[in-house]
Design a protein around this ligand. Sequence first.
Ligand SMILES: C[S@@+](CC[C@H](N)C(=O)[O-])C[C@H]1O[C@@H](n2cnc3c(N)ncnc32)[C@H](O)[C@@H]1O
Length: 232
Amino acid sequence: MKQEYQAPNAHRDKFMKPQERKNFLRWIEENEIFLEGVSIHKKVLLKWFNQIPIEIYSEICECMEDVVGRCDEIEYNVYQVCAYVINHFLDRYYRSLLIYQELFKTGLFLKREQLRVIDIGTGPGIMLYAYLDFIRFLDKYQNKQIYQMNNEIDYVEQSEGFRVFMHKYSEILMMESDYKGIMLPFHNGTYYDATELNFSGKRLGSQPWRSGSGLEIFVRKSFDIIVNNGRS
Ligand SMILES: C[S@@+](CC[C@H](N)C(=O)[O-])C[C@H]1O[C@@H](n2cnc3c(N)ncnc32)[C@H](O)[C@@H]1O
């Protein structure tokens, strides 16, 4: 018989017992909760798409091959960002929810109430939006606001185009849906270049875009979830 994977510290999971986790997963399946997320993002994507000036449609179309065939090689200018989002957002969003569901089954996901998450090379932030929705569903199921109030997300992204996208997209998402109290991935992810990261907690340097404020940047020594989907 196939044995269910048990996370090393799963027994310390004081927020949700194994049976409660199973009930939550059944609730997701029976109510097709992930499709609720897909439907919200479909609506928000359409709103975002309708703001794109018609004059740049042809430039976007010309980038379609780049974002399918060379998505790990390009620099992501504004047209490539649009093409990437149109091509990849919704299906990657859904698949990301499935990944969090698998993580959730292990019990690792809920070791602490306050999870620290970083997405390295986040692109349009798909895995972060999916993460935030997953914990939002968890709160909805429990009729509480534990996880969404306590999450801490950050990202690494070098493309200004993706950062601008996330800002706009998060704004529309906030207007369109009930994302009260949720920290959305706006433009202000702390890190630009993944090649500079090390998790020693040592000073990384000051970021050019923050130099006016004199802020020094450190990388935390630990995160609960590190997402790295892509080349970075
Ligand atoms: C193929 S995309 C994947 C995006 C996203 N992870 C996803 O799954 O949809 C790769 C992303 O990594 C970013 N990237 C590549 N090299 C990077 C680096 N050295 N530092 C920061 N971001 C980087 C790119 O700008 C792009 O957004």
